[in-house]
Design a protein around this ligand. Structure first.
Ligand code: UD1
Ligand code: UDP
Length: 379
């Protein structure tokens, strides 16, 4: 590779958060004169990603059309590994990039390894320390991380996690999280939420989708939202419901008696950012939303027992509340009733980045491939 002035970069996307967090990286590669950027979309998610690709004006070069309704992990992993491996064989990239901790990332890292093509991991080093939680994401990111040649850590603590696991120091770069690049891009556009809400009401935004939340935890979350609905007649709840069959029917059934709980289809990124800007409070089990909410000055209650994103919790702008309805109702009520408690969590800190992570990634990949040296020598 060294000595060439161009390189083929294969950027992979499978699910909604990967589309959002890879969009600014793809755009930065597309703007780099030396990079031939190819976008591989596994379609582990279908409509959730299609709406994001439209929003960011990204056209995948390859679409593997993997998603099946109610897919199991083993079917998904096997189909992804075979298809991504074949796609890398056809594309023959100089480097492959993948983001986060989904099954798409695990399959991509392994398929790249089998091809002996370097894999660069975006959002590297997030850890809870328990391989079982979140399931299966912690295992996905540990495995993908150990197959990677380059590690783009969003924060210093993510870097420390990698160093503790024996990853070479010079293979890690702290870049910030590319989600902040995406957020700044979207926050600059004036997009309506697209759901009619009562302007005289305060708003609470809710999302939930994790496999760890399936079954009783999601029902507990619903019971907590119903209790908050009854307690706060001046609050409207907006809940864009994930299409997963283990989530959607449960939420629709449990929320049927709560007229101010406005369930809607998943929102495209612009409208969702508009909803985050408008809301008083966010309740979520999402990873990405935990990173975006602090940057927008919105308190976030994390509907999980653990988090791999300790920075916002340490800064006091996010709080782990788990699934227990009394804990959720207690913390949310305190924030809705006590302006001092609310202000202490609504401080607008952004521990996850400065909006320039994608450019750092592009520059580092160029250096890794020896492109910078060649261009400098030529210029
Ligand atoms: C996946 C990721 C999770 C990530 C989440 C982001 C894995 C194992 N899980 O979880 O880490 O946090 O995406 O949202 O990689 N579905 C649709 N349309 C879509 C997307 C999903 O109908 O556009 C339904 C399908 O029935 C699908 C099911 O949701 O089979 C589950 O999708 P899957 O990607 O397996 O799991 P998620 O819970 O979405
Ligand atoms: N998001 C969105 N529309 C929605 C819900 C979420 O655009 O209706 C965005 C959100 O801003 C964040 C990302 O989707 O950037 C998070 O995706 P998700 O919660 O599905 O996955 P996770 O981050 O937990 O892996």
């Amino acid at each position: 590779m060294r000595g060439q002035t161009t390189a083929t970069i294969l950027c992979t996307i499978g699910t909604r958060p990967e589309a959002i967090k890879m969009a600014p990286v793809i755009r930065a590669f597309q703007a780099a004169p030396w990079a031939r950027c190819r976008v591989l979309f596994t379609a582990q998610h279908r409509e959730l990603v299609d709406q994001m690709l439209r929003f960011f004006e990204i056209e995948p070069d390859i679409d593997l059309d993997i998603m099946r309704p109610d897919q199991t992990l083993v079917e998904l992993t096997s189909r992804l590994l075979v298809s991504v491996h074949a796609a890398i064989g056809r594309e023959r990239p100089d480097i492959v990039l993948g983001q986060g901790d989904t099954t798409t990332v695990l399959a991509t890292a392994l398929a790249s390894f089998y091809h002996k093509v370097p894999f660069a991991h975006v959002e590297a080093g997030l850890r809870t320390g328990s391989l079982q939680a979140p399931f299966p994401e912690e295992a996905n990111r540990v495995l993908a991380g150990h197959l990677a040649a380059m590690h783009f850590a969003p924060t210093l603590s993510a870097r420390e996690n990698l160093v503790r696991e024996g990853i070479a120091d010079d293979a890690i770069l702290v870049t910030g999280n590319t989600v902040i690049d995406a957020l700044l891009l979207a926050a600059g556009r004036d997009v309506p939420i697209g759901v009619e809400l009562d302007a005289s009401h305060r708003m609470v935004l809710v999302t939930a989708h994790r496999r760890d939340s399936f079954g009783e935890p999601i029902r507990q979350i619903c019971r907590a939202i119903a209790a908050l609905h009854d307690r706060f007649p001046d609050v409207e709840f907006l809940w864009p419901v994930h299409p997963n069959p283990s989530v959607k029917p449960v939420v629709e059934h449990a929320m049927a008696g709560c007229p101010r709980v406005r369930l809607c289809e998943p929102l495209a990124y612009g409208p969702f950012v508009a909803a985050m800007k408008r809301t008083t409070l966010i309740l979520t089990d999402s990873g990405g939303v935990q990173e975006e909410a602090p940057a927008l000055g919105k308190p976030v209650l994390v509907l999980r027992e653990e988090s791999e994103r300790p920075e916002a919790i340490a800064s006091g702008v996010a709080r782990l509340v788990g699934h227990d309805p009394s804990a959720i109702v207690g913390e949310a009520s305190r924030l809705l009733e006590d302006p001092v408690a609310y202000r202490s969590m609504a401080r607008g800190v952004s521990p996850y980045g400065d909006g320039r992570a994608s450019q750092r990634i592009v520059d580092a990949v160029g250096r890794y491939l020896g492109i910078g040296e060649v261009l400098r020598a030529a210029g």
